[in-house]
Design a protein around this ligand. Structure first.
Ligand code: ZN
Length: 88
């Protein structure tokens, strides 16, 4: 097969349409919400509120950023609690 340097995205996209996307977790937002990227065509997905996989639009990216902040705040609070309880 001859490679065309002007169309680097052609082969991966064709691969995905033939074999399906190969999504990998690129970011853990919360315990339940993750972001996925296809290793071939770089299409991104995220987990919706229903637990379904949906396309990662700028709007959902924004929602995930907020979720991530809340999640981290909760984590650091629970970590502090553990430290305190181990002292007493
Ligand atoms: Zn793909």
């Amino acid at each position: 097969m001859k490679k065309d340097p002007n169309h680097p995205g052609f082969i991966p996209k064709m691969y995905c349409s033939l074999f399906g996307h190969n999504y990998q977790v690129t970011k853990k937002v919360t315990y339940h919400v993750k972001e996925y990227t296809c290793s071939h065509c770089k299409k991104q997905l995220t987990t919706s509120g229903n637990g379904d996989l949906i396309e990662l639009t700028p709007k959902f990216r924004e929602i995930n950023a907020i979720l991530e902040r809340i999640h981290e705040k909760r984590l650091s609070r629970s970590r502090q609690k553990t430290i305190t309880s181990s002292i007493y």
